[in-house]
Design a protein around this ligand. Sequence first.
Ligand SMILES: [Zn+2]
Length: 448
Amino acid sequence: MLEEYKTKNRFKKLFGFCVIFIILIGMIISSSSILINKESTPEKLGIDKSNKLNSDPIFDIIEMTDESLLYDYLEELTVKIGPRKVGTSSCEIAGEYIFEQFENMGLETRYQEWESWTPRHKRFYRSKNVEAILPGNSKFNDEIIIVNAHYDTVPDVSGAIDDGTGTVAVMAAAYALSQYKFNRTIKFVAFSGEEYGLLGSRAYANEIYEDNPNLLVQLNLDGIGYATTALHSNNVLLASTEDAKWMVEEIKNVNKNYDIDFNIRFFKKIAPGGPRQFTSDFHDFVLHGYEAIAFGGSEDYPHWHTPEDTIDKVNFGYLANMTKLIVASLAHLADIEVYYPQIRISSPKRGRLYFEDVTLKKFNYARTVVLDDILICTYVKPGDASIENVKFYYDGKLVFTDSDAPYQWRLNKRSIKEHAVEVILYDKKGRTARDQVTFRYINLFLKK
Ligand SMILES: [Zn+2]
């Protein structure tokens, strides 16, 4: 009995030690995991290269992107789910799958449902965009960066490159970045309806514009995983709006500083307008005056919109490197001090009917009509230098220069046609920012 008691007692002590030991180990692990926890100190992120050698978290973030994660996401979308024509149940299931993944990452996730008439197909389409938000945690948290791709496909096509690759890169970026906090808010968006006239992104860009958030830039990922030669798998092509070029330079720095080692080439300038069928989801952002950077593969893809656009065409090593560049660029841009100025035309707002400076009616999307004279108003944000002046152009001709805030100009000309007003801000360091709005302008009787 006594022996048994002693043994029991020893067993209890041993058990007690084990519990304390496990608790201690647990404490050590949890204190070290703070480094990669959501509550980790945001100051460590960003461009401070003083700690590059030891603990710059962007190196850790890059490491979290691997080929197997991208493969698993893409296999689910293109092999298990398959073709994702807008309006079909498989498109719906794909949206649900993406939603679920975002939610599992602990991100604030929602659907944006939309319905859109397409004149080209003479019918309504209905579908959902999926948005996941990683809120910023500083004075910049009202500023937003969007990274997006489209998960729909043309009919009967599994859409591995177009745009399974972009979609899984957005998901992998969300997975890595959701474990950190940044100054700015990052929105991860999977659009539907791209292949049917950029329908999902149109609804989304319109909503962003109406909510009036402070969008720094939109990163568009479409067809990013194709490279069949060593030369092509070393190249990345970027296109951007004029005012986003400084951010392209930042992306080039990220590429160099974090040893991603792509040869990044500036491919073309994105400007508002052009036919919807030859573009991608940045189209409506740019129409609304936002900045966009589009990532694309470096090699011509022969299987766009064909049944051959299958998972075996994807170069996963290339896609993983591309995703690393995207993830590191997002982490960097989400924390950087913006040193370039920004300007937006705040009146007339797009998609409205104006009469004597007052909005009479809102239209569904970017159709703007101005009756009578109107005060062209701007919203400006200086970078790291003060503002020299703002120049106002009417159909490309300089009509007014304003050197004092608030920067505005009264348009009072005779017209019945469509016109463009462009504003260009110059700062004391010679940097520029611009915005442009096109509208039908009807004014028959000039005011004196
Ligand atoms: Zn596409």
